[in-house]
Design a protein around this ligand. Sequence first.
Ligand code: HEM
Length: 402
Amino acid sequence: MATERDSEMAIDVPEGTPTSLQSEAAMHHPFGWYRTQREHGPVHYDPQRNVYDVFSYTHVKEALQDSETFTRKPLSGSHSDTQTPFSYLDNAMVWSDGSKHSDAKAQLFQYFRPSMLADLETSIREITADQLHVAMDDGTKFDFVSEFAVPVPLRVIMGVVGIPQADHEQMLAWLETFREVMNTEYSDKESRDGSLMTETVEYFRTLVTRRRRDPQDDLVSRLATETELSDAEIGSNCFDFILAGQGTMSELLANALFLFDDQGLLDEQPDHDVSDILEEVLRYRSPLQSRARVTTRPVTVGETDISAGETIILWLGAANRDPARFDRPETFVPDRDPEHLAFGTGAHSCIGAPLARLQAPIVLATFLDSVTSVTIDLDAAEPKWKPSKLGFEQLPVAVTPV
Ligand code: HEM
């Protein structure tokens, strides 16, 4: 990690980070690199990472929608030992393809329909108000990320899944461990240490067994009693819901506050609905900037011939700013109604999008309604250093409560 606050300095970055993004400034604002790359063609081979990078909206979308040719990398990669924790987590649909994936998704999807989520509105409001109270308890200056944008979505998704409050901190630590061991996804390297995840897997194994025996009012119990999913599928998917539902939501909230400030939307009552503005936030600074795939057959993307077995990085963040798709792509237009790729598309498109779309406007509007002013200390803000992620490690704010 960076030790000085010099935006041009090289920083310690996760393996697989493209050379051009290996500075604080580029990581926080990768859009110049995307533009330059796209201007030289939609697809580039990077010999250092041994991957193909794809930057255009059309090609990213086509690849996401062709899940027979562009498959997910299984989590366990070349680990052949079926006892590794990764083999258990591999049961989550996000790591599978074909009928195994579609069968599981069809069963899981019903629990994420907007009509099924409507009941959550009240608890999201209560969690948000409570967390705001905690954040402002010892003064009106706090870190918007660690004291608000991380705990609120974490508490929401843990509540949905059915993780007891007493285990929330432990779960957060496991999520961080998982993210660390997964950093190699953006190169063709296989240096992940699955043993670090043993405790997490044991926790989910036990949780599913207990809920099967003694069902509660939560998702784990419903999946155990109402679906045909195996215990490993239930446990691994629930871990993945927490993983996928916490980080991205935190990043969206921090990116939104940063952009509201940057675009002058904090100074006056915005003319547009917060939900609409958040869609443009998702296009403009997608929390997930890229997704990895592996080719199953020789394929031509744009004019580039790619053999079977190659790693492809689909840059969602670049696609979302492609001038061939969006008018004035580098301009933030609050009422644009963008058809962005921030939630992906095709077989693996985000199952949690309805939850994100319900949750984010409530959380942000509750925060903004609770304060008469917000000042962000951008000099102390710390952007996230991950090639796949765009967010903030820290976003210090000073607020005046209503
Ligand atoms: C702003 C918030 C979110 C963003 C930007 C986001 C983004 C994405 C993207 C881009 C994908 C596609 C991945 C791929 O094609 O490889 C995805 C998939 C997924 N997301 Fe989200 N997500 C968000 C919130 C959530 C939430 C709240 C959940 C909680 C359930 C969730 C659960 C998932 C799961 C399980 C998948 C895998 C789906 C599959 O493989 O079929 N996401 N998400």
